[in-house]
Design a protein around this ligand. Sequence first.
Ligand SMILES: Cc1cc2nc3c(=O)[nH]c(=O)nc-3n(C[C@H](O)[C@H](O)[C@H](O)COP(=O)(O)OP(=O)(O)OC[C@H]3O[C@@H](n4cnc5c(N)ncnc54)[C@H](O)[C@@H]3O)c2cc1C
Length: 388
Amino acid sequence: MSHTIVWFRRDLRIADHAPIYRAALRGGVIPVFIFDRSLLHHPETAVARVAFLLEALKALDQELRDRGGRLIIRFGDPVDVLPKLIRETQAEGIYAYLDFERIYGRVRDAQLNQALAEQGLKIRWFEPAGTTADLIPYPDYRALWYSQMESGVLPTPSRIDLPDGVSGEPLPTLAELGHLPDGKPIPPASIHAARQLLQDFLAEKSDRYYWQLSYPSAEATTGLSPHIKFGVISVRECYMTAKAHDPQGNWKVARSQQQLIARMRWGSGFAQRFRYMPQLEVRSLYSVFDEDGWGFDEELYQAWQEGYTGFPIVDAAARCLKATGGWLALNFRSRALYSSFLSNLLGMDWRYGALHFMRHLIDGDCPIDHYQWAMQAGVTHCIRVVGK
Ligand SMILES: Cc1cc2nc3c(=O)[nH]c(=O)nc-3n(C[C@H](O)[C@H](O)[C@H](O)COP(=O)(O)OP(=O)(O)OC[C@H]3O[C@@H](n4cnc5c(N)ncnc54)[C@H](O)[C@@H]3O)c2cc1C
């Protein structure tokens, strides 16, 4: 029987997952996750996010075991690990979703393509739902997003047949990865937990979401962001579930459903934006803002980080981020307010703020975080007032 390696990255599920669905149709499957030190110890890595990742991997392993498979864990540089794994297992090749979160990953994937081609080995990249290789205007992207969400979720394979003799390492602990917990509570990470969050939202919060999602203390949102960041649940499944929910004539629920879908589309759009403008990870859309220079004051930066600015709502957001990692407690408006304070009132480079967020957010997602920061700092529109 032929078998295929499925390389999991930030798509930690088997439901609505094209690579595993296609690989299982072809025959045996070798599901693999590789711990890459460059990402584990990246300056923007958050300990709490790594802890959530470990929980998500544990749940993924269980999903695979329930179907006869197992998650194979390896450590190292995927550019070396994957060609070796193909040879070792005699696999036909690799299936994986494309990912454009960071420049580092794109360079690594290009190096992997080259290494595999040089060795006559194969990889097939799958396009995640809600993305396109084409550079298209936003209205076209919006239409594409809806049509891909409407295309329906892919079936979950009922069996995952792992060939005999494939070995892997045990799932490491946080300490084995060189990280110490920083006290943030970690939300349960599994497809079941994500589905439950969505069901709870639809049952309990959807009549007020649209009106309260910007109240700092309302807790009116889904809490799905860490799951969406790591692909524990697909955005398409969330879309289909939200859309299928019967508002039972309640226009408030219907309005909130529409709003949630628009927010999810907004989230996907950031990944798409980074796909054709990867430089947004490290600089402003209009570089003139970076060339003009930014102020920096170490003392004020620390006061902003620790919550000692003297502005109660800013200080509350600072402490909430550090205590909770933002999950459920620090909604969009609170993040926007807190970030805007650093760049607009203190005049500091938005990249220092984005870095601090990434070090603490459990849902930290580079395209959303960096572009939202840039938006709050006002560097995504090029309107300059010259003179008086
Ligand atoms: C400065 C700043 C940094 C941010 N950094 C991140 C980040 O690193 N990761 C992240 O997921 N979100 C980020 N956001 C966006 C937003 O605050 C979070 O998506 C939201 O608070 C997550 O909670 P939820 O899943 O309960 O949201 P819900 O309102 O339930 O939304 C469901 C999903 O829609 C998407 N979404 C919702 N609001 C936004 C938004 N404003 N922008 C983009 N996508 C959205 C997310 O995938 C979210 O999980 C940031 C916002 C700001 C202002």
